[in-house]
Write a protein that binds this ligand. Structure first.
Ligand code: F3S
Length: 393
């Protein structure tokens, strides 16, 4: 692999042990993937920072890196942690509070921005064709498919190494030739709810290994695309789905592509495991991926017309940590109605305090992971349906 003088010196330890180790990781992975060089990145997003997932070994590694002088070389944001950072939740288990704060301290010592969110594009909008190194599959697929940026689906260690060096390997989705559409998938009907976009995403993730181009009958809203893309990246390995008329031109190529079409009725038949009837105690969950300000405002408007969450149910909403500085009025109203608003976490990277009979969510990604990881009965529904079910009018 070609390395310029600056990177050679870095690899030889002239800029310190941490940078040398981090660069070694990137070079090794890059060589394994056939990269001929490294490229600088504009923004790194580090995932895998939840104590529940990385435990003591992860905490010790981050503390060691911070102690030995590891510092962010580029603008870096971080994914959600395993606790509600404001500590007011009744739904999320807070027993790992101290350990998670130690992780956060190490990250912040290294100069990573304390965003604790899975929607890093909220903090810095990616530009078409700029190179990023992002972990967190939903963020990666938004960056590539919606914003037209170039990033692979990085694992936690690779994104961490990119943050500490400012570089990543030039392979995969960083190269236009690898952003080649293989399937053109036409929707035969209009989609009308978040539930349908989540189902479509889950189906695409399961059905295609290569890059599809989606042709819609009606233009989706931003929050619907967010759910669609996150769901497809959860059930599949996509880092890019080309969205007809939305993905910036020049960020993908179409040479030979197979044409196919799909009906939402067929998708519903395929994924009817997520369309059962909610039963018993219900945990309504909204905010996977974390709510964008406009989704939070939409929720605030809807909830204003309801009394409060019914005693036997709970309603959980997960939002970025930085919202603690904004949206006081909106969050206060949600909380006054018994809604559990958590900052900088989500129920997938954390534990729940208790078991519910059904989880009712609008997120295909949450449905996918909560049914698999937490072995819960999960039903997909739209925002309004969730609120109708768990709140008193
Ligand atoms: Fe974000 Fe947690 Fe969903 S990290 S994308 S809210 S699984």
């Amino acid at each position: 692999m070609y390395l310029d003088k600056y990177l050679e010196k870095m690899l030889n330890g002239e800029y310190g042990w941490v940078k040398a180790k981090a660069l070694q990781i990137i070079v090794k992975v890059g060589e394994a993937l056939g990269a001929e060089k490294l490229i600088p990145v504009k923004h790194v997003h580090v995932s895998g920072i939840s104590y529940l997932n990385i435990g003591e070994p992860g905490l010790k590694l981050l503390e060691e890196l911070a102690e030995k002088g590891g510092r962010a070389e580029v603008y870096t944001t971080v994914n959600p942690s395993c606790i509600d950072l404001l500590g007011e939740t009744r739904v999320i288990d807070q027993s790992m509070y101290k350990q998670q704060l130690l992780i956060n301290k190490a990250l912040e010592k290294m100069g990573f921005n304390p965003t604790y969110t899975c929607i890093p594009y909220l903090h810095r909008l990616p530009a078409p064709r700029e190179h990023l190194a992002w972990g967190e599959s939903n963020a990666v697929i938004m960056a590539n498919s919606f914003y037209g940026a170039y990033t692979n689906r990085e694992g936690g260690p690779l994104a961490l190494a990119a943050a500490l060096t400012g570089y990543t390997y030039y392979a995969g989705l960083h190269k236009l030739e690898n952003r080649d559409v293989k399937y053109i998938v036409k929707l035969r009907n209009e989609l009308h709810s978040e539930k349908e976009y989540s189902l479509l995403g889950l189906w695409i993730g399961e059905s295609f290994n290569d890059i599809p181009l989606l042709v819609f009958q009606n233009k989706p809203f931003f929050h619907e695309l967010k759910l669609l893309l996150a769901s497809s990246a959860a059930s599949g390995s996509h880092g890019l789905i080309v969205l007809n008329g939305i993905t910036p031109k020049g960020t993908y190529i179409i040479d030979k592509a197979e044409r196919t079409s799909i009906d939402i009725v067929e998708i519903k038949k395929n994924l009817d495991k997520y369309l059962g009837e909610p039963h018993g105690s219900i945990l309504g969950y909204i905010g996977c991926p974390h709510l964008h300000p406009y989704e939070l405002y939409m929720l605030y408007r809807i909830v204003s017309n309801y009394k409060r969450v019914k005693d036997q149910h709970a309603l959980l909403v997960s939002i970025p940590y930085t919202y603690k500085n904004y949206f006081d009025k909106e969050v206060a109203l949600l909380k006054s109605k018994g809604i559990d608003v958590v900052y900088g976490t989500c129920p997938i990277v954390s534990k729940l305090r208790r078991k519910y009979d059904t989880v009712l969510t609008n997120s295909g990604k949450a449905a996918f992971y909560m049914s698999r990881l937490h072995k819960l009965d999960v039903v997909l529904a739209s925002l309004k349906e969730i609120i109708d079910r768990v709140m008193e009018k």
